[in-house]
Design a protein around this ligand. Sequence first.
Ligand SMILES: Nc1nc2c(c(=O)[nH]1)N[C@H]1C(S)=C(S)[C@@H](COP(=O)(O)OP(=O)(O)OC[C@H]3O[C@@H](n4cnc5c(=O)[nH]c(N)nc54)[C@H](O)[C@@H]3O)O[C@H]1N2
Ligand SMILES: Nc1nc2c(c(=O)[nH]1)N[C@H]1C(S)=C(S)[C@@H](COP(=O)(O)OP(=O)(O)OC[C@H]3O[C@@H](n4cnc5c(=O)[nH]c(N)nc54)[C@H](O)[C@@H]3O)O[C@H]1N2
Ligand SMILES: [Mo]
Length: 770
Amino acid sequence: MSKRAGNVKIGKATMPAGGWGSLAKVSTALLGQRVPIKDSRLLLKQNKPDGFACVSCAWAKPANPHPFEFCESGAKATAWETTSKTIGADFFDRHTVTELEAWDDHTLEDQGRLTVPLRYDPGTDKYREIGWDKAFAEIGAALRSLDGEQREQVVFYASGRASLETSYMYQLLARMYGNNNLPDSSNMCHESTSVGLQKTLGVPVGTVVLQDFEQTDCIFFFGQNVGTNSPRMLHQLREARMRGVPIITFNPLRERGLVSFTNPQSPVEMLTGHETPISTQYLQVKPGGDTAAIMGLCKAIFAFDDAALAAGEQRILDLAFIQEHTHGFEDFEAAVRACDWPAIERESGLARAALELAADVYCKSSAVMAIYGMGLTQHREGVQNVTMVVNLLLLRGNIGKPGAGVCPVRGHSNVQGQRTVGITEKPELAPLDKLKEQYGFEPPRKTGMNTVEACEAILAGKLQAFIGLGGNFVRAVPERTLMEAAWGELPLTVQIATKLNRNHVIHGKASYILPCLGRIEIDRQRGGEQDVTIEDSTGCMHGSRGRAEPVAATLLSEPAIVAGIAKATLDPNPRVDWDRWVADYGLVREAIAETYPDIFHDFNARMWTPGGFRRPLGAAHRVWKTDTGKAAFTAPSALEGNPDLEGGPGKLRLFTVRSDGQFNTTIYNYDDHFRGVEGSRMVLFMARADMAKHALAEGELVGLRTAADDGVERRVGGLAVVPYDVPEGCIAGYYPELNALIPLWHHAKESKVPAAKAIDVILERGGRPS
Ligand SMILES: Nc1nc2c(c(=O)[nH]1)N[C@H]1C(S)=C(S)[C@@H](COP(=O)(O)OP(=O)(O)OC[C@H]3O[C@@H](n4cnc5c(=O)[nH]c(N)nc54)[C@H](O)[C@@H]3O)O[C@H]1N2
Ligand SMILES: Nc1nc2c(c(=O)[nH]1)N[C@H]1C(S)=C(S)[C@@H](COP(=O)(O)OP(=O)(O)OC[C@H]3O[C@@H](n4cnc5c(=O)[nH]c(N)nc54)[C@H](O)[C@@H]3O)O[C@H]1N2
Ligand SMILES: [Mo]
């Protein structure tokens, strides 16, 4: 039954990003998933003020949406969730878990939606149906039986999709149970942002909103693949380009969506195939080389400023802003001046002249915005990369004015919001005193585990239970081989999920799968049909109303499941009526508003504000909630992003990326239309010069071994070589297939985000180094 990836076909990427070339395939995606015809009209409700918030990415939802406010990625996500394919108890009767373990990720999820609660039966090696009440009672009994210290060994993971209401209830469950072990997919994603921006600007999130795109006059774009991962943003980029706004891109790989874009809303562009070029300058920085690249930009800016000063012209630096609003400028300036061009060129892989050209554009612009993604955050120096972006912006006062600011592009559709309502392992980021006052319990004060620490605890056999609110933890984290082996020793695992995935077949000793409604489905409770809310990437909160009939009557909503576990696990608390909350999510919103009045006052009244209502962000108004009360310049400590895994002769630097055929560990298909690959995800993108150096032919199969001397062997084989425009010495391949190569200790220093964008590896042929 296991469907193996077919042979790889390498062609030309002919599809224009965002064009009908891609939207035409939407129908194929819908058909492939047996979506009821009436439900295909659902797409018109996607990201609309009275519709549902897309379950794909977190990009902003405009107040005046396009008629089709969705993209190919969003349409696929909708189709994938609203499929009429289902799996019930009979499916699990037919297959042992050992058998399912051999199935690949696509095949597992492609079986369709989970419909009944399941418990693993070790006697038959099968998942068996279990009633909801029994499931809650057993999980509750197991969790209740743990004493105080053991309760600190239970992890409550969240994957970034669940609503603000569910997330708030979930964090309350964890804290009332007795710990702050609330790791989130954010720990593998934008935690470098949350740490870096908080430290320098006093906010954990970006400052840019959609209107800024209309006012900006220059965009710097670092390490984000907009065409695949947040295609709706192409509208804003295209409109900016039509106004003549330069877009300067830093990315080791020439990404289709960053090169040009066809507007599906424009009949003329559709008919003529006309494309708008997106990037005006494309700088193929080495993976991990962004700190060096930004040092180069800053060095050039200082040189231009020196020249202006000498010539008696207007200064380039915004000295008034620096004086009034910032701290640490002198140290930063000294670090930049001390850094020499040869080091910058070596570490960034970019020529001085190219960086000077980009710096010149920066200096001639009065409102600059910096957009970035995983290319900056998933590095050893991920936090430093973020603070370097802030340094660049601060030099000319590009924060807190229209058209300027920092724009981290978040991944999961509510990952930012989950953090906002208390899903955090850092007690200082949660309003614990307020929770104590509101609910009359003593919230735990000890720092909880983040994702990497949860993995360490699992490897050390020190975890009692893992509860997952969505996600596919074991597939998304580094160190796959050791993690999968250790997972089986976990006494209890509970997965709240929509579809079968690797982390259900890799399970704990006692294991439960609890199937939930998706956000696109109508959520009927005692108090009537319920709506939920999410926060987008720009800090705006939106209502979301399910529109599709639930795929099965046996599903519970996520709030109902969290409440079910909570009621079975916690001592009754007269101030938390879980049943009333489930009957009416408006009451949960009132509770959220009470905990976070600044952000969520009048929550129920404001949740349908077109374009969302925005959370207050000091930095957007030049109010800096930092230690010094000012925005901070930060001198970088090191230029190179990868000091622990040493690059060098015989080694290549690997970075992992996504394709348009996936949403994280969910593999829709084996194609990557933008990069011209069909039929396989087991590929390596490599510069022709490196292919020649290693005497490799196109399509030839190679293996990789991680270059780390820690006694752990990390290998992945069977990768077909694809010639691609990447810098020499660097190769790219797909997440999650290559996660076995990432050591768990290889993570960002301050944020512990796994460094998935720079892994030093050795190429192997026939099991031997090439
Ligand atoms: N269709 C689809 N949409 C998605 C997702 C999905 O899997 N599929 N995932 C969602 C999630 S959770 C997230 S977090 C986002 C992720 O969205 P992105 O942030 O775009 O993440 P990646 O695909 O990992 O790609 C990162 C980009 O960084 C580049 N890069 C790699 N290393 C470096 C470097 O050192 N420097 C620079 N400057 N660039 C580098 C890569 O070439 C790639 O273009 O997308 C979200 N949206
Ligand atoms: N090498 C490498 N590793 C990476 C990354 C990388 O770029 N490179 N990226 C990292 C990033 S940015 C992220 S965010 C993580 C992602 O890590 P996760 O968020 O843990 O993984 P997903 O693949 O998004 O989870 C998919 C599963 O979620 C469940 N699901 C889907 N919708 C719902 C829902 O509505 N409710 C519930 N309860 N469950 C649902 C389904 O069962 C599905 O199988 O991976 C990280 N890992
Ligand atoms: Mo993410």
